[in-house]
Design a protein around this ligand. Structure first.
Ligand code: UD1
Length: 431
């Protein structure tokens, strides 16, 4: 079993290049099969979730050619099957985007109920409500979501009961090929919602208002081929920004859109870091001791739930008492037990973590419970005294490309190991 071995204590210093946004890529890949023409997508991160999504697409007949590590050429012309096998879906949550894409293009789809990180209940009722509003008959049978709309969907009016990125995008995909106009109210405003809308529009769709609460989609009969580059990953960037903070480092995070990072930068400044923005980079310098703050996760432009474990790790090392409230997913503090093994003093009550800052973490043997918490525990290991071994790094690899290699580039002592012997070698090397 692969693990990360980390010898903590080195400040991260230098520059790191951010890849394409995983969550935008997942939806854009799915959307690419809505045209019979060829689509070229650039800046696709080479992570497990995007690779599983492409395997699922190939399993129903899409032809995918990798032009280079981050560029793929996709043809959905030969898709005959509209049923996605269980195995693929269990691995990723975003396979629900194939439901929206297939339903929009072919008027029917069958996808197994989605998997993904275990961070709480993850219902899909808003996706189903949206498809029904577009005239589809949707039912769940034998673990499959079956959606059928005869020949074509028709435009509809949908008010989302909760702000949901997944359902907003899924309905947007389906509606872009429906007959007539669809209005989505209380839509999610995340940068990747806008990116997917821009991608659809580059294929000839007519999506307006993405990035606001109300999205208006005028359905078209046909979408055409396009070439499109995915936006940079807000959460990968935020993770490196907080990694700079916890290691008292000085990191320039390159190839980003600073606007997407405003809530993250604001919190870093609040806890005592310097943040310098330029056109497509942001530098985080942590030269002073970190101080406490309060934070509540919220839909964009609020502080992202996908950055909650990372800020908690930083606040665990900040002077005073901090409070973190998780308002999106109800089971997202599972990593706190692991952090406690490293010396953190955190009490979780319901959806709130009360954190008493400690002066240091100490290395321990821990497990990554999910993608973002896994990355946050790596950060804790980098800040800790001594050696940390992290199990279950497959979760981290779902969403971070070359995570340990990028960290090494910033001076971190971290290696991927696969045996006791490799661990001994690491211990000898790092002293
Ligand atoms: C996506 C992201 C995930 C991120 C989350 C919130 C992907 C693949 N994953 O997840 O990394 O943490 O957005 O930014 O893009 N909800 C319902 N009914 C639904 C759908 C959602 O009640 O039909 C609720 C969820 O339980 C949650 C909230 O809405 O409380 C937000 O979920 P949503 O934005 O849909 O998250 P995901 O798309 O699953």
């Amino acid at each position: 079993m692969e693990q990360y071995a980390i010898k903590g204590g080195n400040p991260l210093v230098g520059e790191v290049e951010i890849g394409g946004a995983k969550n935008a890529a997942l939806a854009i890949l799915a959307a690419s099969i809505m045209t019979d023409e060829t689509v070229v997508i650039e800046n696709v991160p080479d992570v497990r979730d995007t690779n599983v999504m492409m395997q699922a697409m190939e399993s129903i007949g899409a032809v995918i050619e990798r032009i280079d590590r981050h560029t793929v050429k996709i043809s959905g012309k030969s898709i005959r099957d509209i049923a996605i096998e269980d195995d693929y879906i269990k691995k990723i949550r975003a396979s629900y985007y194939l439901l929206g894409a297939l339903l929009g293009k072919h008027g029917k789809a069958q996808v197994a109920l989605p998997g993904g990180c275990n961070i709480g209940l993850r219902p899909i009722d808003q996706h189903i409500k949206g498809f029904r509003a577009l005239g589809a008959d949707v039912r769940i049978e034998h673990g499959l979501i079956i959606a059928e709309a005869g020949q074509h969907l028709r435009g509809g009016h949908i008010y989302m009961d909760v702000v949901t990125v997944g359902a907003t995008i899924d309905v947007m995909l389906a509606a872009s090929m429906a007959n007539g106009i669809t209005i989505i109210e209380n839509a999610a405003k995340e940068p990747h919602v806008v990116d997917v809308a821009n991608f659809l529009n580059s294929m000839g769709a007519c999506v307006r208002g993405a990035g606001t609460d109300v999205i208006r989609i005028k359905g078209v009969n046909k979408l055409h081929g396009t070439e499109y580059a995915i936006i940079p990953d807000q959460i990968e960037a935020g993770t490196f920004m907080f990694a700079a903070a916890v290691t008292k480092g000085d990191v320039t995070v390159k190839n980003i859109i600073p606007k997407h990072l405003e809530s993250i930068s604001a919190k870093l400044i609040e806890i005592g870091c310097e943040v310098e923005e330029s056109d497509d980079a942001v530098r985080v310098v942590a030269s002073k001791p970190l101080t406490h703050t309060h934070v509540k996760t919220l839909p964009y432009p609020g502080f992202p739930t996908d950055m909650q474990p990372q800020i908690t790790v930083a606040l665990g090392l900040s002077r005073g008492t901090s409070i973190v409230t998780e308002s999106i997913f109800e089971n997202r503090f599972k990593y706190v037990d692991e952090l406690t093994k490293m010396g953190a003093s955190i009490k979780v009550e319901g959806n709130t973590a009360i954190i008493d800052g400690v002066s240091k973490y100490t290395g321990a043997g821990i497990s990554a419970p999910d993608l973002r918490a896994g990355a946050a525990l790596v950060m804790a290991g980098l800040a800790a005294e001594g050696t940390t071994i992290i199990d279950d790094i497959k979760f981290i690899e779902r969403g971070y490309e070359d995570f340990h290699i990028k960290l090494q580039g910033l001076g971190a002592q971290v290696e991927k190991i696969n045996s006791e012997r490799e661990l001994q070698k690491f211990r000898l090397k790092t002293g």
